[in-house]
Design a protein around this ligand. Structure first.
Ligand code: NAP
Length: 340
């Protein structure tokens, strides 16, 4: 039987997830949705045969809804996730889990109090084939112990009102999560360097930035964040180990020869670059929820990512190296809990 999904937030990624749940993956049906942009939400509800509700809370508590997807603004995530936990429904919340570590902590507390893991965070890079291959290379010892990581996260242009802080809390947060997952280690310190500012960055945005992270075992990571690079969406990750290196492949695109030049297209944004990762993320989420478990990134992972992003912001503001203090992980999050 199809899992009946309610979606809160039907903007760019929310509508894409509804398309994905309806047309791409199996085992799910979008039955309810809500968005403060009522006109657009009603259009999408009609298109996909879902029921429109005026509020996210109504979607969460609707009896015909088994599980929730949250794709509304960052600031709304925490209240909807807690409402879903209280309703005892599985929820996939787009990243970030919340806009502050304090709110993430409340979510973790609510989930533990409910004695059931229900929350998955939309860190879809963990489902990308390239990152998964890198993890397998590391875990099989094929390059020895990882020593250094060199990473790049470039966007063609930023979204509206993008700030210096958002480059880390909203964008680099993907690296913060996926690298911690690749290395199976938390971070110890961070420092943020500010290179010469691009003249194309709007007021309120210092772009690019370089985020430096050090893991508990001493692995050094550098991440270039450049949200206004103009030429396309470009994500790179190279792990340097004791006996070799491994790096993400460029996404497959046809190689064209024309006018004396070899060329291939660079994707304009994340939606095409990680389309397969989103599909796998949602298929695996539906499959695991049907078994009554959470297998993807948990609220604890969302909490740790937020603590780390906050430390990076502090490091940028102070211009110094800052310690990252991650609390001990509750045993509740040690392994996937089989709730059935
Ligand atoms: P978006 O296009 O602005 O869509 C967000 C939608 O949420 C808008 O339709 C907005 O209404 C609506 N909304 C705002 N507050 C709401 C509320 N209280 N209840 C219900 N709906 C509400 O943004 P987006 O790019 O789709 O991003 C949505 C979320 O996904 C963000 O948290 C973002 O960080 C995340 N995201 C994740 C990835 C990823 O790679 N995993 C990629 C992109 C985005 P209005 O139209 O009136 O503004």
């Amino acid at each position: 039987m199809d899992l009946r999904v309610g979606v809160i937030g039907t903007g760019a990624i929310g509508e894409d997830h509804i398309r994905r749940l309806t047309d791409v993956i199996t085992g799910a049906k979008v039955v309810a949705l809500s968005d403060i942009n009522v006109e657009n939400a009603r259009r999408i509800a009609d298109k996909y045969g879902a029921k429109f509700y005026s509020t996210g809370e109504e979607v969460i508590n609707a009896t015909e809804v088994d599980a929730i997807v949250i794709a509304s603004w960052d600031e709304t995530h925490a209240k909807y996730v807690i409402e879903a936990i209280n309703a005892k429904k599985f929820v996939l919340c787009e990243k970030p889990l919340a806009t502050s570590a304090e709110d993430c902590k409340k979510i973790v507390g609510a989930e533990i109090a409910g004695e059931r893991q229900l929350v998955q965070v939309g860190f879809m890079r963990r489902f990308d084939r390239g990152y998964r291959q890198i993890k397998s290379v590391i875990e099989n010892g094929k390059i020895g112990e990882p020593l250094m990581l060199h990473c790049i996260h470039r966007n063609r242009i930023p979204g509206p009102k993008h700030t210096t802080e958002m480059s880390i809390k909203n964008s680099v947060i993907h690296e913060i999560d996926v690298l911690r997952w690749l290395l199976d280690e938390d971070y110890k310190t961070t420092q943020v360097l500010m290179p010469k500012r691009s003249r194309l960055a709007e007021e309120g945005l210092h772009d690019p930035q370089i985020v430096l992270l050090e893991t508990n075992s001493g692995i050094r990571i550098d991440i270039e964040s450049f949200v206004n690079c103009q030429y396309g969406y470009d994500v790179k990750c190279e792990v340097v180990g004791e006996t070799g290196t491994v790096r993400l492949p460029d996404p497959a695109n046809v190689l064209m020869r024309s006018k004396g030049t070899n060329s291939y297209k660079i994707f304009p944004d994340w939606s095409d670059r990680f389309i397969e990762a989103y599909d796998i993320e949602f298929q695996e989420w539906i499959n695991s929820v049907k078994k009554g478990i959470v297998k993807g990134p948990t609220s604890w992972d969302g909490y740790v990512a937020c603590i780390t992003a906050d430390a990076c912001t502090e490091a940028r503001e102070k211009g110094t190296i800052v310690s990252i203090n991650i609390p001990e992980r509750p045993t509740f999050y040690n392994s996937t809990v089989d709730n059935k």
